[in-house]
Design a protein around this ligand. Structure first.
Ligand SMILES: NC(=O)c1ccc[n+]([C@@H]2O[C@H](COP(=O)([O-])OP(=O)(O)OC[C@H]3O[C@@H](n4cnc5c(N)ncnc54)[C@H](O)[C@@H]3O)[C@@H](O)[C@H]2O)c1
Length: 348
């Protein structure tokens, strides 16, 4: 077991451990444990674990019903405040288990074992919990960081290739926010990354966590600087919502959103053309689609974006990139956004 990081988020502390396999019973910690999985992860990595909560897989599981199931199971299991909820899964399970833990007895202990690359590099760290309210993604949530994060790279060996790629979109976003070497690594070692070479993935996860942890430490409750983590997300959420959360997974939508954010940055004179070309080239080389899907109109995407909670009056707030490690949240006119929806990314 290697303790890689110890982050301080407000009054909370999160220890990040790298392990070969999850240790759900707490690495010597006493206290009762309620493990939460989704069906896929339970079948692959949790079978045989008695008393676990097993949720349906996918974004639709991130609901009041899912949260209630965890809470009722915690009550039935007699979990007290010394007990822990342990979420083992992708971003959906991590967000949901953390949401339930923040509510149970006004907040019980929480550990997370992220099993998707996206959850390892992003969702499991930083204390944001959420459920969806119908199509309104992550509309209801709390702040409740895990006290322990168990990162087990070998779990990624069962992750489908499409999900691995989804995590790479978030890793690339993180690289753009604060790690030029990670950006280079994603360029240079693309073949190994896509093959899922554990040693390379471990570095990708480690470096991404370092950047995200630092950003969250400086602004745990997102009163300001943490908002840069939404780079590509205001666009990405609009795409997910306009397509009913069925066509694209979160990472694919974020990759598309990164392309749009760079295009918009170039249009507004914030992002250099060279950087935009480099990153869109990289996204394409990983196989991400950067054009708006055929029948979706710019107006329809804009509408979905307007419903986003980061909206202020009739202007939209978007994260733009000045350079690697230099991002800015800016209010932007809707016209500029419409133009970037209609453009071919990379042409601006
Ligand atoms: N809280 C945050 O800060 C934050 C940040 C980013 C994303 N998120 C949330 O994360 C969610 C997306 O996460 P995700 O992409 O991990 O989705 P997910 O949890 O739905 O997982 C994707 C798929 O991979 C499967 N899976 C997970 N681990 C596996 C493994 N080791 N082997 C085989 N299959 C496995 C899951 O069953 C699921 O079918 C979104 O809801 C998003 O809002 C939260």
């Amino acid at each position: 077991v290697t303790e890689a990081f110890r982050f301080r988020f407000g009054e909370h502390q999160t220890r990040v451990l790298f392990l070969d396999a999850p240790d759900l019973d707490g690495l010597g910690d006493s206290g009762q444990v309620l493990a939460v999985f989704d069906r896929n992860v339970y079948r692959l990595h949790g079978a045989g674990r008695p008393g676990a909560v097993v949720l349906p897989a996918g974004e639709r599981g991130k609901s009041w019903r899912g949260a209630e199931l965890i809470l009722v199971s915690a009550l039935k299991a007699g979990l007290d405040r010394d007990g822990r909820i342990v979420g083992v899964g992708g971003g959906v399970v991590c967000d949901l288990a953390a949401f339930a833990a923040s509510l149970y007895m006004r907040g019980c202990r929480l550990a997370l074992c992220p099993t998707s690359l996206l959850a390892m590099v992003d969702a499991a760290l930083g204390g944001k919990t959420a459920i969806n309210l119908g199509r309104a993604k992550n509309l209801v949530g709390t702040f409740h960081p895990a006290e322990q994060l168990q990162v087990c790279i070998p779990l990624l060996s069962t992750l489908p290739a499409r999900e691995l790629k989804a995590g790479l979109a978030e890793a690339l976003k993180t690289a753009l926010l604060g790690d030029a070497e990670l950006l280079e690594m994603l360029e240079r070692r693309r073949a190994e990354v896509l093959r899922g070479e554990p040693a390379v993935l471990e570095q990708v996860v480690h470096r991404s966590l370092a950047v995200k942890g630092r950003i969250v430490e400086n602004d745990f409750r997102e009163t300001g600087s943490r908002a840069v983590l939404n780079l590509g997300h205001t666009f990405g959420h609009a795409l997910e919502s306009a397509t009913g959360f069925r066509r694209f997974n979160h990472g694919e939508a974020v990759a598309w959103g990164l392309g749009r954010a760079l295009d918009l940055g170039v249009r507004l004179g914030v992002t250099g053309r060279e950087l935009a070309r480099r990153v869109t080239g990289l996204l394409r080389s990983y196989g991400f689609a950067l054009e708006a899907p055929g029948r979706l109109s710019a107006g329809c995407l804009l509408q979905a974006m307007q419903a986003d909670k980061k909206r202020r009056r009739d202007r939209l707030r978007v994260v733009l990139l000045h350079g690697v490690g230099r991002a800015e949240l800016r209010e932007v006119e809707e016209e500029a956004i419409l133009a970037t929806f209609s453009a071919r990314v990379g042409d601006s």
